[in-house]
Every structure is written in C-alpha cells, then in structure tokens.
Design a binder for this molecule. Structure first.
Ligand code: ADP
Ligand code: MG
Length: 292
C-alpha cells in the first residue's frame, strides 16, 4: 500500500474509535489469522461483583466478608475490588492488615487480627494443604454459572467460598462472530479456572480457550500460535497482558485498560468494544486491496 492510502486507512479507523499507532500495524492487521482475547476486562465488563458467599459451618457471612475485605484492601486485583465493594455495601469496615503478600495468578495472604488469612483459587488452597472436601464440587457448580469461585481459609481452615461474576460485554458475542466470519481463529486466554473459562467461552461463542495461564505464560501462548504458522493478534487490558501484547504480530489494547497495556500495543480500541477489532481488520484489508 502507498503511504497515502495507509494514512487514509489510519484516519478511517480513527473515525471508528480505533487508534492505530503506525502504518506497519495497519498493514499487518490485514494478515491476522488468529486473534487471542484476554477474558477479564476484554471479553467481560471487567467489573466483577460478589454474587454468593457460602460460609462453612462455624463461620458467619458478614464475618467472612469483613475479613476477606480486610485482606483484599492490600490488593488492586479486580476480584479484590469486588470484595471491597461488597463489604462496603453491607456496611462492613475493613480492619488492619499485616504481612500482606500477593501470590501472582493465585491469590493473596496476610495476618489480620491474629488470624492467618488465605484467599484465592483452588490451586492455592491445595498448595497450602487446605482441606477442601465437598467445597470443590460447590465451586464447580458456581463455575458452571460462569462465576469465579474464590476460596477463603482462616487459620488453615476453609471458611467460605466467595463467588464473583463478571458478565460479558453486551456486544462481545456479535463482535466475536464478526471476527470468526472473517475467517479468523478466535482463542480466549485467562488466568481464571478451567470451568469458569469454559462457561464464559461458551457464552461468548468461542470454542477454543487457554485457562489457568499464569501471567508470565501469556506471551508463550502467543508464540505457541505463531509456531503453528498463525499471524497473531492479541487483545488485552491488563498489566498481565503487556508482554503478550508486545509479542503479538499486532497488539490491541482496550482503551479503558491499564496504561501499560496501551503502551505495549499497536492499536487502542477507544470505545472498549471488541467491534473495533473487526473494524480495524476490515479497514486494513480494504487498504491493502485497493492499492497494491
Ligand atoms: P485473571 O485476571 O485473568 O483472572 P490472574 O492471573 O490475575 O488472571 O488471576 C488468576 C486467578 O488467581 C484468579 O482467577 C483468582 O482465582 C486468583 N487471584 C488472583 N489475585 C487474587 C486476589 N487478589 N484475590 C482473590 N483471588 C485472586
Ligand atoms: Mg484482563
């Protein structure tokens, strides 16, 4: 394509709220054969909310929620914000935290009021030797409803399962269908558990997904598809996504996402909608078709 036609294409995309950083990205976008989509905040709204608190025998819902919120006051993870919001809405004041520690891709731990608290996924509980008994089945039941089960242990004993839901964006299904109809292989990528990932993927109309991917392994998934001969687009919003966005042939950031994701990307979707992906690819293909 001529420099002039590329400029026109970049301008057209901008009118649709799609900011393309450079002409090379516009030209590569036409050749994308596979698109990896992060789940949380990319396919979903990214504003998770607590829906269920299943307290174990000997624990009260409010007590569990207040302790969990106290623990999460040290975290900026979207799941932490959901738990803090829920506590606030119930009028619960978080207490004081000490020895706070985030376990990347798994959860958080701290000392609160002389108790040792641990909050996170099933794997974290298993790693720390927390007895789960029937809890895993209950967690799986929540996951089948596309909710994320978070396990909460107090002094090495399972105190509750807290379920968090993060609905998909209203137009994600239609936008994903447009990508698929233009011949692109769409793959979902998430750190979330397999059962929740499967339920969300199904809602989104995606058959292929990678679940339980640790943040540092997201870019390896991009390379894996590139190794299969795919020209890979990656779309994400989080700090965790930045290396994968940089590794992809074209990185797309959600405009409402983190600065790091935007800086690591070639394209920014200002409207936050995944329709921007199909728009960008359509403009790119038209640009290359018209002027060869
Ligand atoms: P994602 O944001 O795609 O779910 P992460 O790698 O950030 O991926 O987290 C993976 C999983 O680790 C979460 O689904 C959750 O189960 C657990 N986790 C991580 N951070 C926290 C936290 N602050 N509170 C509770 N659970 C957490
Ligand atoms: Mg995300």
């Amino acid at each position: 394509a001529t420099p002039m036609s590329v400029m026109v294409g970049v301008g057209k995309a901008a009118e649709a709220g799609v900011l393309i950083r450079n002409g090379a990205a516009l030209q590569t976008a036409a050749k994308i054969t596979a698109m990896i989509l992060d789940k949380t905040g990319t396919i979903t709204q990214g504003a998770p909310r607590v829906t269920d608190i299943l307290a174990s025998e000997g624990f009260e819902q409010d007590q569990v929620l207040r302790l969990a919120a106290t623990l999460e006051s040290g975290s900026e993870h979207p799941l932490a914000l959901a738990i803090l919001d829920s506590a606030r809405e119930s009028g619960l004041e978080p207490g004081k935290v000490s020895h706070f520690d985030a376990i990347t891709g798994q959860g958080v731990q701290a000392e609160v009021e002389g108790k040792t608290l641990l909050l996170g996924n099933e794997r974290l509980m298993r790693d720390r030797g927390i007895a789960l008994e029937g809890a895993v089945e209950r967690g799986q039941g929540l996951a089948a409803e596309a909710k994320t089960p978070i396990y909460f242990a107090v002094d090495q004993k399972l105190a509750a399962i807290i379920a968090v839901a993060d609905p998909i964006k209203a137009d994600s299904v239609a936008a994903i269908r447009r990508l698929q109809q233009s011949g692109i292989r769409v793959v979902m990528l998430t750190g979330d558990n397999r059962a929740t990932a499967q339920a969300v993927a199904r809602q989104a109309g995606i058959t292929e997904y990678f679940a339980e991917v640790m943040p540092e392994d997201k870019s390896a998934k991009v390379q894996e598809l590139q190794g299969q001969g795919e020209i890979v687009g990656m779309t994400g919003d989080g700090i965790n996504d930045a290396p994968a966005l940089a590794m992809a042939n074209v990185g797309f950031a959600i405009g409402t996402g983190t600065d790091v994701a935007i800086e690591s990307s070639d394209v920014t979707l200002m409207r936050g909608s995944l329709h921007g992906l199909a728009d960008a690819i359509a403009v790119s293909r038209a640009t290359l078709r018209n002027i060869k």
